[in-house]
Design a protein around this ligand. Structure first.
Ligand SMILES: [Zn+2]
Length: 396
């Protein structure tokens, strides 16, 4: 069977593959612990005052920050009790470090990342590099996002590794979570599917010749909303479809690019090295076309309640109450509907889907990534395709 139909897919994706609840810590945190100093045109960065440190100390996991982050004119620390993110903008690159105590139980049938103790794992390519490690029973990660794809800080992961290994303990780290958590969210009412004519090809089945996908029906985030406000939307390859670098000649706007079935493109061939893909390199998210190719017309929205922990050069990061992290790429970055640190609710508008990607040309589309601290072994990319199929089918 090449193309699954709605009836069949409901069974495939829901029976026996629901992940269990987040491990050993409450999934919800509520106390906002932010420290920011806005950028100016001139002048030195303000010192890291005692009052700011006392705020950082409210974070329950030990807070690691590269010391030189504090010297920047613009510094943002977005924190809650169980996770934080600190970032600076440095000569065409966004440097971010984050930590979390929220570990996600591996869903049935998923592959656990290898246990590596405090050892750093890293990956790079496509204009970003990343390094992660586990320490103090928390997962820490550095992401470097570069305006220019050839920026040495993003070409390989050495710089990200150095930032992570050189990060200092700045505060935080009391042991037990307080009772500030909000508890379980109320169950959501059932919603209408985005499109009753929707069909999709199975997870891991990429466009022929475009690489090796992850063949798994595991749903890593069973409760998310679809990240585009309104349908239809088309999840398929930007590179191997019409108008793409390796696709048939033609326009990005070609109607054939705006048709079902969906095609998974997680782990599609890329130079970027990543542990998430069977071949050791590949695309770390999925690409979604909105209803048509009009720029800055269709909204990307929050997939669950949470906080905007980072606004990068062409990436916006949302950490959900569940502990999952979502990265939204290529929105119209100068017209975002949210700021770094904003609390957002499921369905709230984040930005307009566009083609911002440094200087690299790309069709109008949303690149969507999902990262989890799976089994408490560090932040890793996991396949978002099945969760998106499910969300599109009706869990709005
Ligand atoms: Zn992409």
């Amino acid at each position: 069977m090449r193309f699954a139909t709605i009836g069949v897919t409901v069974a495939v994706l829901t029976v026996g593959h629901l992940p269990s609840k987040a491990q050993d810590v409450p999934a919800a945190t509520s106390r906002v612990i932010d420290v920011q100093w806005p950028g100016g045109d001139a002048g030195a960065a303000p010192p890291f005052l005692e009052s700011r440190l006392s705020k950082v100390n409210q974070t329950l996991l030990p807070v690691l920050i590269p010391r030189h982050f504090l010297k920047f004119k613009t510094f943002a620390f977005v924190g809650e009790e169980l996770h934080y993110s600190a970032s600076v903008l440095a000569n065409g690159a966004k440097l971010s470090i984050s930590g979390t105590r929220i570990a996600i139980d591996p869903p049935k049938g998923s592959r656990l990342p290898p246990e590596r103790g405090q050892q750093i794992t890293s990956e790079a390519g496509d204009g970003t590099s990343q390094a992660t490690k586990v320490q103090y029973r928390a997962a820490y990660k550095v992401i470097v996002e570069c305006e220019a794809e050839w920026d040495r800080r993003c070409v390989d992961a050495r710089y990200a590794r150095r930032l992570l290994s050189g990060a200092h303990l700045m505060g935080g780290g009391k042991d037990a979570p307080s009772n500030a958590s909000e508890g379980e969210a109320a169950p959501l009412p059932p919603d209408q599917p985005f499109d009753k004519d929707f069909t999709f090809s199975p997870p891991g089945e990429l466009t022929p010749g475009s690489g090796r996908g992850v063949v798994s029906t595991t749903v890593y985030t069973p409760d998310i909303r679809f990240p585009v406000e309104a349908g239809p939307a088309y999840l398929n390859s930007q590179v191997w479809n019409i108008g793409g670098n390796y696709g048939p000649k033609g326009s990005w706007r070609d109607k054939a690019n705006y048709r079902y079935p969906w095609h998974d493109n997680f782990c599609e061939s890329r130079a970027r090295r990543t542990l998430a893909c069977p071949s050791g390199t590949g695309h770390q998210g999925v690409d979604i076309r909105p209803a048509d190719h009009r720029d800055a017309t269709h909204w990307a929205v929050a997939v669950e309640n949470g906080r905007i922990t980072d606004v990068g050069i062409y990436t916006v990061t949302l950490v959900g109450r569940s502990g999952s992290e979502y990265r939204y790429l290529h929105m119209k970055m100068n017209r975002l509907a949210v700021q770094q640190g904003a609390s957002v609710t499921r369905g709230q508008r984040i930005g307009l889907i566009s083609n911002d990607f440094g200087g690299t040309p790309t069709p109008v589309h949303l690149h969507f990534e999902l990262l989890q601290n799976v089994g408490g072994r560090g932040f890793h990319h996991v396949p978002p395709y099945t969760s998106l199929v499910r969300a599109y089918q009706g869990a709005k």
